[in-house]
Design a protein around this ligand. Structure first.
Ligand SMILES: Nc1nc(=O)c2c([nH]1)NC[C@@H]1CN(c3ccc(C(=O)N[C@@H](CCC(=O)O)C(=O)O)cc3)C=[N+]21
Length: 293
């Protein structure tokens, strides 16, 4: 069993980005600038946004954070997005999800200029991805592709079972794994909350990718011997022995499943850090105008 070290892989990608930034600085080009809008104080969201700011500093990007109370009106949020769309200093920005209930998330995501949508959540980028056109890929699926590629895991002709159909992870992951690309060319099964006999499907899988947010959902009996298991879940569960009062748990019962796997991602230190690295990579692409002229 080989552990897929997301932290190490993320650091390698960030080193590559940092080297490019050094070169950009040397020839007097613009330094990539990533902005983030955070609404409210959800613990996970605050952690992620803080990690993002730290990562920007590490690779030499400029970053800015706009933090609002969860009472902000939809109109004020849309005005801020308009301002960032027009700000020529800002190459890309993200609106951290989830948003408070009184705000229409679809409307907010559609307000982001697709050229600056480094999360890849705008319907234009989603559509371009599906059509195989240049697009910003959502960071978590793109990070999983990087892990598969850098560990030279064969995907050609394999059966990939994706569990979870979210717009952010499961749905785009299933599409990317089915594409005529490398990694890709899988036969894909997409399972979700109404799937009958989930274990029947996951047992067929050469590659299992789970992104549902149910700690320990995938047990030892649900995975084939030698499978590749990618765990996207990072649920905070109470843990009195920790200073923080919680620990992160994945969707996979790691201790029981790992011995059966050829490769498996840990939580934490698996997919999560790759998400940050790929957000930076999209921002670098934005500043170099690689996706949209
Ligand atoms: N607009 C938007 N874009 C996102 O990409 C987005 C979002 N909203 N909302 C929330 C989710 C969640 N997400 C994570 C990213 C990194 C880690 C990560 O780095 N996790 C570390 C541990 C971090 C810790 O110590 O808590 C790990 O798994 O090793 C986790 C979760 C991005 N999301």
């Amino acid at each position: 069993m080989t552990l897929l070290d997301g932290k190490k892989t993320s650091e390698a990608i960030q080193d590559e980005i940092a080297a490019e930034v050094t070169a950009l600085k040397a020839d007097g080009s613009k330094i990539p600038h990533l902005a983030a809008i955070l609404v409210g104080n959800d613990g996970g969201s605050v952690t992620y946004v803080n990690n993002k700011v730290l990562a920007c500093e590490r690779v030499g990007f400029v970053s800015s954070l706009f933090h609002y109370e969860d009472t902000i009106t939809e109109e004020d949020l849309l005005n801020k997005i308009k301002e960032l769309n027009e700000d020529e200093e800002v190459d890309g920005f993200i609106v951290q999800l989830p948003l408070p209930k009184h705000i229409d998330t679809e409307k907010v995501l559609e307000a982001v200029d697709p050229k600056k949508d480094v999360d890849g959540f705008h319907p234009i980028n989603v559509g371009r991805m599906v059509a195989g056109l240049p697009a910003y890929l959502p960071a978590t699926p793109a990070g999983i592709l990087q892990l598969l590629q850098r560990y030279e895991i064969e995907t050609f002709g394999k059966h990939c079972v994706v569990v979870g159909r979210s717009n952010i992870v499961g749905s785009p992951m299933s599409i990317l794994m089915s594409k005529n690309a490398s990694p890709g060319n899988c036969t894909v099964t997409l399972c979700h909350r109404y799937t009958q006999d989930l274990a029947y499907h996951t047992r067929q899988a050469d590659i299992v990718i789970v992104a549902v947010g149910i700690p320990g959902l995938i047990t030892e009996d649900m995975v084939k011997e030698g499978a590749v298991v990618i765990d996207v879940g990072t649920t905070r569960v109470p843990d009195a022995s920790r200073k923080s009062g919680f620990r992160l748990r994945g969707d996979v019962d790691f201790d029981a499943v790992a011995p059966k796997c050829s490769y498996i991602t840990p939580v934490p230190g698996g997919v999560g850090p790759l998400t940050i690295a790929m957000l930076l990579k999209n921002t670098l692409s934005a500043s170099k105008k690689e996706v949209y002229a």
